[in-house]
Design a protein around this ligand. Sequence first.
Ligand code: ZN
Ligand code: ZN
Length: 205
Amino acid sequence: MMNKVVLPLGVYGANCVILWKDPQQAWLFDPGYDAGTILAALKKEDLKLGVIVLTHAHFDHISAVNTVLADQPAPVYLHAADVPMAFSPMNQMPPYASTKKPASLDITKGDGDTLTCGGLTGTFLHTPGHTPGSWCIRFEAENLMVTGDTLFAGSIGRTDFPGGSMDQMEASLARLKQLPDVTRIICGHGLESTLGQEKKTNPYL
Ligand SMILES: [Zn+2]
Ligand SMILES: [Zn+2]
């Protein structure tokens, strides 16, 4: 049985997500801000990190990664296409500072690749549009997907930031629509939903 904790952090309320079956090998998504809150949540559940995944490069999703790593070393996965933006001085806005490239950064995963850690297998689906390297991570056995800023409950991520593309976003959403309705989605901001609910009510789908 999979456990989850969702922490909306920072001035934009970006969802930092912790998933685990094996408490010694938890998954952490988008440590965007306030490492103290993230580390306290890990400690409360007595968790060790197995892997960190950044759904995309934006500062509100990555800014706490190095502080978390100092306490909980783990490989950090980011799509290669988002690397130039992620660690550039342009990628900041107070109170966020620009992020140093983590030593454990792994950019080898591409579309369709899988990663198994702590009894959970995630598939990386490259879904550009919000950023060039946005991806959704799907846990097929658990009917769960972490969508970052590609898909929100009732909306989608903006495509008018640098590197964004509405054409790419439409293609990415068309792919996500093919997935089963029962798929629960944890979004980069806001509430959880299901793909079935979004297909019925989200005007962008
Ligand atoms: Zn974003
Ligand atoms: Zn965001």
